[in-house]
Design a protein around this ligand. Sequence first.
Ligand code: ADP
Ligand code: MG
Length: 411
Amino acid sequence: MLFNELKLSNALLSTISKYGYKETTKIQEKVIPLVLEKKDLIARAQTGSGKTASFVLPILNLWGKQKVEGKAKVKVLVLTPTRELTLQVAKTFEVFAKQISKKLKVVSLIGGDNLGNQMLQVQKGCDVVVATPGRLIDIINKKQIDLKSLDFFVLDEADKMLDLGFEEELQVILDAIPKKRQNLFFSATYPNKMSTIALKITNNPLEVFIEDEEQIVENINQRAIRVNLENRSALLKDLIKNSKWDKILVFMATKRSSDNIAAKFRKHGFNAESFHGNLDQDERKFTIEDFKNKEIDILFSTDIAARGLDIDDISCVINYDLPRSTNDYVHRIGRTARAGKRGTAISFLTHENLEHFKLIEKKCNIKLTYEEIEGFELIGDELKKEKGQAAIKGKRKSKKDKLREKNLKTK
Ligand code: ADP
Ligand code: MG
């Protein structure tokens, strides 16, 4: 569908066209008219399918029609799980508000940045607040933000935002915003357990799911390579040397392993950096900027980079360590092949994580061929388990079992 078939203002349509969007994506085609009709929505669509614009555009359209006088009041609140995603969404509002005659003031509230400054910006008056929950709650508790005029409450990466542990925080926020408001939830994944919470917060929401759509973008070439745990780093170097990948995002299980491997790769002449929540805000900002500008080729990261980030031309995502949950797998590999582009996602399968990967495959409804790369073939005991993890019963006899058997026979 063309954007100008939607009931958006000429000013917005002109910005959209200048920005280079021609046709709507599927989710935009469905969601934009419903937001304009002021419906509550729970929307699901694949990673990289343009969910951000699907709420930003109609919200701006409705906002632009309101007559407000005096100091700006917060009309839109968007919550996201990470600082980087908050800044990204705030930017999208700013980009598309450029030609609207009224001036839009957007404030980002994130941890790690100067709290006083953020409060000052809020007090000066703003229309849109994009925030991570922690920092927003700090400011709510200090009674430094008035959210009583709010019209739109948006959760990006909604399943993550409604995940366990966030319930109390959510209550503080719900208490600060009006009961009558439009609720808009977006994600590529919704675990079943989430729907009850989502229904509680929203008001007769329409569930907008793109029909016949697989959870995972078909343009991602998913691969799985079997390798011994201790050979993963050598294999990764080999793969990088023999491929023409542009930007490579490598997911690691911990902050420390991410730092260590990045240092090791730098020693070997690779242009690698590490990204995780222990960096200070400036380091986080510059690392992502450098990765965007191709000043970093390989970014090792924890799951903090798994959600929502829209970085152009990440050609390959590597699961050096597997993600814990199936949903995280979907989001991690969704950092590549965005907006119809192609990309590769490779998971390293060791003796230790094979069973876990099979579970991910089952839940994602995929079945990959397990490859081996020459020189890095998997060797050793198939049934070895991760340290501390109990062996699966009936698969491998423990020393004790064998001894017992022997005793039985001799008796
Ligand atoms: P999602 O939130 O669904 O993962 P994003 O909103 O981050 O996806 O959008 C992914 C990319 O697609 C962004 O770079 C965005 O600019 C681009 N995009 C969004 N809508 C369109 C469109 N209609 N035409 C072309 N590109 C689009
Ligand atoms: Mg998104």
